[in-house]
Design a protein around this ligand. Structure first.
Ligand SMILES: Cc1cc2nc3c(=O)[nH]c(=O)nc-3n(C[C@H](O)[C@H](O)[C@H](O)COP(=O)(O)OP(=O)(O)OC[C@H]3O[C@@H](n4cnc5c(N)ncnc54)[C@H](O)[C@@H]3O)c2cc1C
Length: 454
């Protein structure tokens, strides 16, 4: 089997080291592209009348633009870039760096006006010339982009609408800034400056084309179809897909993929789901999908034969990335899905390392895959502890939340030696993480998967 695009599965520490080295290389390249304009600006010999501050302000504007243009790279899902860190870390970086870029971009007009208040008219869209207006457009689009991203749920923006808006604003930010610079002209004439400028613009355009055209085009050639959709307890569906005319996908247990179902791969409607099947199962893959909103609540109505596209695997949440003498899995609700993949894989590989699963659900009727987990207890050296928030009369197991007391009752001696995999609602993950750290578990032994990338 050949891996599709995405973060390649890692099974060996050597593979991890190679990925880390590659990651550092990419980081270095990223930093170089990011700061080169600043270096060029501050080392250039400014003509009389253009002082240090003016040049610095331009340099900061250029760095802001570099960082914004490179944002297309951070969402491009390049396997070589995301594999060492994990897509979630890269997307988190994408979010954080946009604030830094905003700071650089705002500093550009701010410094110009502070060092010469007579130039304040560049801030006024009515009196400013078109050169300044393109700069203003870029900044306004950037502010709108950040505001609609940070407060998306407050504005009740559906995810798909937000994604279209986000893309349109991002293109506006970069294209308006490029036009602004071209119109200013001074910074892009001369052989080297012009060359750098053309290269920078070409990289941004190439990244754009890659995100919106090349990647969907490549997905188009790797079609999948639905084999079955089966109802589980707790509003969960098991969706099984098989590859059409290709070998499928190889993934590490715990990784996820972006699914596009019954639409063209160019559609913005794609959703991330963890593989729930064993990584050693060849041909078909399964996903455990819980009804949560407009897409997931339609999964139960999908019919066998429906076409699908799968972009992945992504993610670093896998015992293959954090091997140890024993494993503790903590799952809340649908957080069981990547854990199921890890347990099924361990069972297929005949792995006899001790495993503990703490599995939190509202009630006993909600516990998806509970019969299979009982079977897995036989096939593995596994103990499953169900924790019910609303236990029925006569329930003698754990109840309430997974807290320090529950952990103390089940972790056994030397909890610091185990490797932990947490996936569930944020409050549960925060609470369990804090309790484990307080019990001396090293942070490096903890792996978390958040089902929330945006
Ligand atoms: C890494 C990862 C793995 C996941 N694995 C699973 C899994 O195995 N099983 C499962 O049931 N759920 C999983 N999810 C959650 C799943 O992606 C969302 O529940 C689903 O996308 C919601 O879509 P909706 O249209 O039904 O709901 P909506 O009501 O439209 O969305 C609910 C929330 O889900 C998030 N969301 C919606 N669409 C997307 C999208 N395209 N990309 C990212 N986030 C989105 C948004 O925060 C949104 O506010 C996973 C999420 C992530 C990030």
């Amino acid at each position: 089997m050949t891996p599709a695009d995405g973060e390649a599965p890692t099974r060996s520490p050597a593979g991890g080291a190679a990925a880390a080295a590659k990651g550092s290389g990419w980081l270095l390249m990223y930093l170089l592209v990011g700061v080169t304009p600043l270096v060029v600006a501050v080392t250039a010999n400014p003509p009389p009348g253009r002082g240090f501050w003016l040049e610095l302000s331009v340099g900061l504007g250029f760095v802001g633009l570099s960082l914004l243009g490179l944002q297309f790279a951070t969402v491009s899902r390049f396997s070589a870039v995301t594999a060492p860190y994990g897509l979630d870390v890269v997307l988190n970086y994408h979010r954080m760096i946009s604030f830094v870029a905003l700071g650089f971009v705002l500093a550009h007009p701010a410094i110009i006006v502070i060092q010469d208040p007579a130039l304040a008219e560049i801030l006024n869209p009515v009196t400013a010339d078109w050169t300044a207006r393109f700069g203003q457009t870029s900044i306004l689009a950037l502010v709108a982009l950040i505001v609609t991203s940070v407060w998306r749920t407050r504005f009740r923006l559906p995810y798909e609408a937000w994604r279209v808006l986000h893309g349109a604003l991002a293109v506006t930010v970069v294209v308006s800034a490029l036009i602004h610079i071209e119109r200013v002209g001074y910074y892009v004439d001369g052989f080297w400056k012009r060359g750098l400028w053309i290269l920078m613009s070409a990289v941004f355009v190439a990244l754009l084309v890659n995100v919106y055209l090349v990647q969907p085009w490549r997905l188009r050639r790797r079609r999948w179809e639905i084999v079955s959709v089966e109802a589980e307890r707790g509003g969960v569906w098991t969706l099984t897909l098989r590859p059409l005319g290709h070998e499928g996908v190889r993934f590490s247990p715990g990784q996820f993929a972006w699914l596009t179902i019954d639409r063209s791969p160019f559609a913005v409607r794609e959703h991330p789901f963890s593989f729930s099947s064993s990584a050693d199962e060849h041909g078909t893959v399964t996903f455990a999908i819980k009804e949560a909103g407009d897409f997931t609540s339609t999964v139960g109505r999908l019919r066998p034969g429906t076409r699908a596209y799968l972009d992945g695997p992504y993610g670093v949440f896998s015992y293959e990335r954090n091997e140890g003498p024993r494993f503790v899995f903590v799952a809340g609700g649908i957080g069981i899905s990547p854990v199921l993949s890890m347990l099924r894989t361990l069972a297929d590989r005949g792995d006899r390392r001790p495993c503990l699963l703490l599995y939190a659900n509202e009630s006993w009727q909600d516990v998806a895959y509970r019969d299979e987990l009982t079977d897995l207890e036989e096939r593995l050296h596994l103990t499953v502890v169900h924790v019910l928030a609303e236990p029925h009369d006569g329930w003698t197991g754990e109840s309430g939340l997974i807290d320090g007391a529950v952990l103390d009752r089940h972790l056994g001696d030397h909890p610091e030696r185990a490797r932990y995999f947490l996936c569930g609602p944020v409050p549960m993950m925060d609470g369990v993480q804090a309790a484990l750290l307080a019990r001396g578990v090293p942070a490096g032994h903890l792996d978390l998967e958040l089902f929330d990338l945006v």
